[in-house]
Design a protein around this ligand. Structure first.
Ligand SMILES: [Zn+2]
Length: 235
């Protein structure tokens, strides 16, 4: 029956619309951009944390070395001091050399003490900031994962619906004659919606009046009737 075929053709048109809009939403899901930004932020935060942890590790290592240098330099200065006052020094020249060595050892110790102090201050700041930043990084990761799960779920739903629509489309196509289908697809190349209903004497596609005679013929469903104005298949 041509009538059934035409109604199925209209149903096919509607389902194809739905199919296109679903495929479009798969390609450009509005949340995908947001998800991408969340991932970028979380990755940046992680990199920042890794950098800070490395800095803390390096500073601690440097600090141990500085403290050792301070200790060694004071120890060397003390030993030189003992030699200076031990009475073993016999010449002024020798005494001068020992005094210079002692002064330079003290100077080195003081220099490293200052460096160690600065390193400790930086470490203190870094270690105070760290727990808050670790918490923030975790929150960002969780936010990203939750969003990802939500989007995956939505995309899964869309894919399921698409699968079911494609099956229905196949069934519909099988119920329509190849001749009618071929005409439908030929018009579809020019117009998104090749099938139109007549509503209140007008073609739904172009909104132009359809002659009473043609409208009556459409209702009989004896042959395929096209809109005289836009060429759409009338139902
Ligand atoms: Zn028309």
């Amino acid at each position: 029956m041509l009538r059934d075929e035409l109604y199925n053709l209209f149903k096919l048109q509607e389902l194809q619309d739905r199919c296109e809009s679903l495929e479009e939403s798969l390609k450009s899901h509005p949340d995908l951009k947001h998800l991408f930004e969340l991932k970028k932020d979380a990755n940046e935060m992680r990199a920042k944390l890794q950098e800070k942890n490395k800095r803390i590790h390096d500073l601690e290592k440097q600090l141990r070395h500085m403290e050792q240098t301070v200790h060694d330099s004071y120890f060397a200065a003390k030993q030189l001091e003992e030699r200076i006052y031990s009475g073993e020094v016999s010449t002024v020249k020798e005494l001068k050399i020992l005094e210079e060595k002692r002064n330079s050892a003290i100077h080195k110790a003081e220099d490293y003490e200052e460096k160690a102090l600065m390193a400790m201050e930086e470490l203190d700041i870094l270690k105070t900031q760290l727990p808050g930043e670790i918490k923030l990084a975790e929150q960002m990761k969780t936010q990203y994962r939750e969003k990802q799960l939500k989007i995956n779920e939505e995309i899964g739903k869309i894919k399921t619906e698409l699968g079911s629509i494609k099956k229905q489309l196949q069934q519909l196509e099988a119920s329509i004659s190849p001749e009618l289908l071929e005409k439908y697809y030929r018009i579809k190349k020019l117009k998104t919606h090749p099938v139109a209903f007549i509503t209140e004497g007008k073609c739904d596609g172009c909104m132009m009046e359809v002659s009473v005679m043609l409208a009556a013929e459409v209702k009989q469903h004896k042959r395929i009737i096209y809109c005289e104005n836009c060429g759409r298949i009338l139902v």
